[in-house]
Design a protein around this ligand. Structure first.
Ligand code: ZN
Length: 71
């Protein structure tokens, strides 16, 4: 049984950057961190799809609860 390294799985030079707000995805460019790329729609920083921060953002978002502006 081959033990795969989760640290590098899917986090290599190839991958996708995703907007945690609207789900916009773009191809990750080597040498350009996803955090330096912004969603053309929301203007928020993208994060590596499947990465730790992406998981966090996804789990923090409650289904059915739209992130509303606090008034
Ligand atoms: Zn977006």
């Amino acid at each position: 049984m081959i033990e795969q390294n989760k640290e590098t799985m899917g986090l290599g030079p190839n991958g996708e950057c995703v907007c945690h707000r609207c789900g916009y995805e773009t191809r990750h460019q080597a040498g350009v961190p996803c955090q330096e790329v912004r969603c053309p729609d929301c203007g928020v920083k993208l994060m590596r799809k499947g990465g730790h921060h992406h998981d966090l953002a996804m789990s923090r978002r409650k289904p059915g609860t739209a992130p509303a502006d606090q008034t």
